[in-house]
Design a protein around this ligand. Structure first.
Ligand SMILES: [Zn+2]
Length: 273
């Protein structure tokens, strides 16, 4: 797998391996739906700057007021943006997976982070230094258009989540976040603990465990040893609050080219150490 972020970063050499690495990078680009929609003449200039990285669970990618250095495109990792309250409580406000990117504010000109970003589902990402991608964004084209569309969608989701956290039942919200996790990592089963779910939902772990138990008893999910399996997505959608409509539209409409089920094979991501 790619090296962990913060350790040695992978660099292409300038030898005969370049073509082979280009083909490999193209496969990685295709695993991120934002990048997959870009035309060749826009993505090829970015290719020499990609750094494939692997993030482990609970790795912290950004902190409030911290500098923004990278745009990060998850391939099968899911990143969680956490808002911290003055009383010490934390709640997840957004998830970023293979449908998008972390760093949209930076592309739009922000220089420091607002949220804590932690890795919720471990996995691989392509990242790129901002100075390498910002010129392409400023030139316009589909990259700029896609980034602005994505920013619009993030704003919609942030406002939807704020209302959802305030008025909907824990069981409904749990169903919604599980649906979001599934569609972002494009797997039916993934690693996540009740503790992590509780932190995302801003609710006591004991209450999350009770709600998860209700969903399991209904045959919608199964879990154990830090793993979660979605057994019945349609059933989970029925239980979820209607905030998940936004989620359904996102996963079936604008990002129609990809369905649940990762196109990235383990042997491909593990090729470079
Ligand atoms: Zn809701």
């Amino acid at each position: 797998m790619p090296p962990r972020a913060g350790s040695r970063t992978w660099r292409r050499d300038s030898s005969d391996n370049r073509k082979r690495d280009d083909r490999w990078l193209q496969k990685l680009e295709a695993a991120n739906q934002f990048l997959a929609q870009l035309p060749a003449h826009e993505i090829e200039p970015l290719r020499p700057h990609w750094e494939p990285v692997f993030y482990g669970v609970k790795d912290v990618i950004s902190r409030p007021n911290g500098p923004l250095r990278y745009a990060v495109f998850p391939l099968d990792a899911v990143l969680s943006l956490i808002s911290s309250m003055e009383d010490g409580k934390n709640v997840a406000v957004h998830l970023v997976g293979s449908e998008g990117l972390l760093g949209i504010r930076a592309l739009l000109g922000a220089t420091s982070s607002v949220y804590t970003t932690i890795v919720r589902i471990p996995g691989s990402c392509l990242r790129i230094r901002l100075e390498a991608i910002q010129p392409a964004f400023r030139r316009g084209g589909l990259l700029q258009q896609a980034a602005l569309n994505y920013a619009s969608r993030v704003i919609e989701e942030l406002s939807q989540t704020a209302a959802c956290n305030r008025v909907h039942l824990l069981e409904q919200r749990l169903a919604r976040w599980l649906l979001m996790l599934q569609s972002r990592c494009r797997k039916d089963d993934f690693s996540i603990t009740h503790e992590s779910l509780a932190q995302m939902l801003g609710s006591p772990r004991s209450e999350v465990t009770i709600s998860a138990g209700i969903l399991r008893k209904a045959g919608l999910i199964d879990y154990g040893r830090g793993g979660m399996k979605i057994m019945d997505r349609k059933g989970l959608e029925a239980v979820s609050c209607k905030c998940s409509r936004t989620e359904k539209a996102a996963s079936s409409g604008r990002y129609k080219a990809f369905s649940v089920g990762t196109p990235l094979q383990p042997q491909e991501i593990s090729r470079v150490h």
